[in-house]
Design a binder for this molecule. Structure first.
Ligand code: HEC
Length: 184
């Protein structure tokens, strides 16, 4: 019996090391497939935590040319407030919208119009497929066009994302200062 058990443990260890990265407990399986490909998670608007909104000013005229809404997977806000950064398994979703700007009774107002797509990040390099160029600095990184939520068009974190996130390097590559919900 003892020998059998030893054999089973040895076999599990041998096979375990050659298995592909698997979404560990805690990672939303609709955001990360078994091969480590990132996807826009299902139903995030009703099941994720709202983090905050960004308005990108128009380069000509008034209002905003884009609006961004950011969500985090369940439990991420509390964990951030406790440990000061997002823990492994966290999924972040940033929606990118075109806007409509017009005169309303509150003034000149922009609101989200057409969804252009999503930026999605998953924390935890342990989930990265071997040699993936989309996983770096503790995170997996991908962009999705509005009509393809399960298939990224990103190919390389370095050219697609990195330069723009360097200013947030000291805060785990996330612009966390912009989210009221993360403040205690
Ligand atoms: C043009 C510069 C730029 C590029 C390129 C870029 N980002 Fe960002 N990203 C930002 C800025 C600035 C913010 C926060 C302000 C905003 O949304 O305008 C942000 C916010 C985010 C957020 C919300 C969390 C946070 O950090 O506040 C996610 C998720 C995100 N980016 C993912 C990505 C991924 C994945 C890529 C590459 C596929 C990428 N970004 C490429 C500039 C960029």
């Amino acid at each position: 019996m003892k020998l059998v058990r030893l054999f089973l443990i040895a076999a599990a260890m041998a096979f375990g090391s050659s298995l592909p990265a698997v979404a560990a407990p805690g990672v939303d399986p609709s955001a990360l497939d078994k091969s480590g490909n990132i996807m826009v998670p299902d139903n995030y608007r009703s099941t994720y935590e709202y983090l905050g909104t960004w308005a990108v000013a128009a380069t000509e005229g008034q209002g905003s040319k884009e609006m961004h809404t950011v969500y985090a997977s369940k439990g991420a806000t509390k964990a951030f407030q406790t440990i000061g950064h997002f823990p492994d398994g966290t999924v972040l979703v940033k929606e990118v919208f075109d806007t409509t700007t017009g005169s309303m009774t509150t003034g000149t107002v922009s609101h989200p119009a057409k969804l252009k797509g999503w930026f999605v990040m998953v924390r935890g390099e342990k989930y990265a497929p071997k040699d993936s160029k989309l996983w770096a600095n503790g995170w997996g990184w991908s962009w999705f066009d509005a009509d393809k939520p399960k298939k990224t068009t990103s190919t390389d974190f370095k050219t697609d994302c990195m330069s723009c996130h360097v200013p947030a390097k000291d805060t785990d590559w996330i612009y966390s200062d912009g989210y009221q919900t993360l403040k205690k």
